[in-house]
Design a protein. Structure first.
Length: 321
């Protein structure tokens, strides 16, 4: 049965919100690091890509190829937390090796370092795609996109009679991302670590004088931000069933745009920005030609930087001179 114009619109809203939640989860990693050390971590999108490759490697080791009841559910839980631990530890190690020695260096030095690390991650992904495993195509074409097994069915969540299709995969996206966002908000607002994060974000020198280990707090921030990217990588892979070593660029740019749109450094802003970017992409793909979607997204980024650099929910701050 052909869908009406209203049904098409609401279907795109569902698709946009699902993709927007994934973007928001990645954007939270950007905004957390920037809020603490004012570093735009360009490598974050490519860390997200490595998390997807790590998850696919585990799938190959476990030999799981399709949705199969509780076995698939257990595999998904293992993938989520394993990839989160992998990405969080990897991000912490990068901070310890590359960023911590440059903590007092000019911001441009840190930015160039982050870009360099991004290129390293991309090349790791390219080599990783050549592993001689069946899930990687036997290693015959390292640069080719990889199929991620359909561990989550695409069937309708509320029955096949529904006119607007809300799939089990959409349910997975919200079932994973919403609790993570609530947990992150609680951590930042109601724990000692969260209090230390906010103190370091406001004034690292004063925080250090009050006995806070600034480097440890920054390291924890990198770990948590990386872990969020790890969760997002598995959700993305299960939702789209295709990954590639170049996927981190677009996902990273969408997430960065979302962070800037909402107000970089603001956790609610990152979520709002992610949802808006997801909806923008979905509506553009439906009502305009797909080739214009990236143009529209980056036009939004430019307009925000020009007319409201603090973002929709960001606080305007006077520059100290």
């Amino acid at each position: 049965m052909e869908m009406t114009a209203a049904e098409v619109f609401f279907q795109q809203v569902v698709n946009g919100l699902s993709n927007g939640m994934i973007i928001a989860l990645i954007a939270l990693g950007y905004t957390m690091v920037y809020g603490i050390v004012e570093l735009i971590n360009w490598a974050h999108g490519d860390l997200f890509m490595l998390g997807a490759f790590f998850a696919l490697t585990l799938v190959g080791i476990f030999g799981v190829t399709e949705a199969s009841g509780m076995g698939a559910t257990g595999t998904i839980v293992v993938l989520l937390f394993s990839s989160a631990l992998f990405c969080g530890t990897f991000n912490y190690a990068v901070d310890w090796v590359a960023y911590r020695p440059l903590r007092k260096a000019p911001k441009l030095t840190l930015l160039v370092t982050a870009i360099g690390i991004s290129f390293i991650f991309v090349n790791i992904g390219l080599f990783w795609g050549g592993l001689p495993m069946e899930v990687f195509g036997g290693g015959n074409s390292a640069a080719a996109p990889k199929d991620f097994p359909p561990l989550v069915p695409a069937q309708a969540l509320f029955g096949n009679e529904e006119k607007v299709h809300v799939s089990v995969r959409d349910g997975l996206v919200f079932g994973v991302t919403v609790p993570l966002m609530i947990a992150l908000w609680w951590l930042v607002r109601h724990t000692k670590l969260g209090t230390a994060m906010r103190a370091v974000a406001q004034n690292p020198t004063a925080a250090s004088l009050m006995g806070i280990n600034v480097d440890r707090v920054i390291g924890a921030t990198f770990f948590i931000g990386g872990a969020l990217g790890g969760f997002a990588s598995v959700v993305y892979s299960l939702y789209n069933n295709t990954i590639s070593f170049q996927m981190g660029f677009r996902a990273g740019m969408d997430a960065f745009t979302a962070a800037v749109l909402g107000g970089i450094g603001s956790l609610p802003g990152a979520v709002l920005g992610g949802l808006l970017i997801g909806l923008t992409r979905s509506m553009s793909d439906q009502y305009l030609e797909t080739q214009w979607t990236n143009t529209i997204v980056f036009a939004i980024l430019i307009l925000i930087l020009v007319f409201r650099p603090s973002g929709l929910l960001g606080l305007r701050a006077k520059e100290k001179v």
